[in-house]
Design a protein around this ligand. Structure first.
Ligand SMILES: [Zn+2]
Length: 240
C-alpha cells in the first residue's frame, strides 16, 4: 500500500512539474471576469484652430502617431469628429474608416457649446442652429466613411435635458458620461495614465482627445493605458 501511494504521489508530482507555469497563469486569467472599457477620442476643430492651421502657426491638430497606433494594433476605439475637422482632414477620416475596429461619431460642426457657459466656447443658441450643427456633420462624416454615425458627444460635455431630447429626435445616441482622462492641455503622461487606470470600472467610457497641441501627452499615455488595462483583464469595444 505504501509503495502504491508513493507511486501515485510521484506521478502527480511529475504531472505538476510538467505543466508550464505560464499555462497555469493563463488559466487563472481566463477564470477572472473579463471587463469592458470603451476608448473614445475627440477630434475638435474651432474656427480659431482652423485659422491657426491656415496661418501655419500650428502644424497639426491631431497626433499621427496615435492614429497609427490604433490602426496598426487594431484597438477598438470611437472617435468623435467635428465636421470642420473632417473638412480639414478628409483623407484621414477616409483612412480611419477602413478599419472596422474604429468607429467615427459626431462631435458637432465647429465645436460650439450647446449650453452656456461652456469653458469659453462660442455658444449655439437656437434649436435650429443646433440641429444644423449636427445634421451638417452627419452629412460630411457619412460622405467620407460610408455610414451614418450613431453616436454624438457635446463639445465640452456641456448639455441639458432639452438638448438631449433634440439629439435623440435626430436618431443619435448620446455619449457624454464617462471617465475624463484629463488629457486636455496636460503634458504629464504619467498623470493621465494614473487618472485612467485608477478610475476605470467595468463598462467605463474613457474620454480622451486625438492628440495634437491641445492634448500633447495622450499619444504616449494611451500605449501605457492599453497595456495596464489589458493586464487587468479589460477588453476594448467600440460604442455600437
Ligand atoms: Zn471636444
Amino acid at each position: 500500500m505504501f509503495i502504491k501511494d508513493n507511486i501515485i504521489y510521484t506521478f502527480i508530482l511529475v504531472i505538476l512539474v510538467c505543466i508550464p507555469s505560464s499555462t497555469l497563469a493563463v488559466d487563472k486569467k481566463a477564470i477572472e471576469k473579463t471587463k469592458v472599457a470603451y476608448l473614445t477620442f475627440d477630434a475638435d476643430m474651432t474656427p480659431f484652430m482652423k485659422k491657426k492651421l491656415d496661418e501655419k502657426k500650428v502644424s497639426t491638430w491631431y497626433s499621427k502617431d496615435l492614429v497609427n497606433y490604433l490602426e496598426d494594433e487594431k484597438i477598438p476605439a470611437t472617435i468623435f469628429v467635428t465636421g470642420m475637422f473632417a473638412e480639414v482632414y478628409p483623407d484621414l477620416i477616409k483612412d480611419i474608416s477602413k478599419y472596422p475596429e474604429i468607429k467615427i461619431a459626431n462631435h458637432t460642426y465647429d465645436h460650439s457649446g450647446f449650453e452656456s457657459p461652456c469653458y469659453g466656447l462660442k455658444v449655439v443658441k437656437t434649436d435650429k442652429s443646433k440641429i444644423e450643427e449636427i445634421k451638417k456633420t452627419q452629412k460630411i462624416l457619412q460622405s467620407l466613411t460610408g455610414y451614418e454615425p450613431k453616436y454624438f458627444r457635446y463639445p465640452g460635455l456641456c448639455n441639458n435635458k432639452h438638448d438631449d431630447a433634440l439629439v435623440k429626435k435626430l436618431g443619435l445616441e448620446i455619449s457624454n458620461e464617462g471617465l475624463a482622462s484629463g488629457d486636455a492641455f496636460n503634458k504629464d503622461q504619467v498623470n493621465i495614465t494614473k487618472t485612467v487606470v485608477n478610475g476605470v470600472q467595468d463598462g467605463s467610457v474613457i474620454i480622451m482627445h486625438l492628440g495634437g497641441p491641445n492634448a500633447p501627452a495622450i499619444d504616449v499615455s494611451i500605449k501605457e493605458i492599453v497595456i495596464k488595462l489589458k493586464a487587468e483583464n479589460y477588453v476594448f469595444k467600440v460604442l455600437d
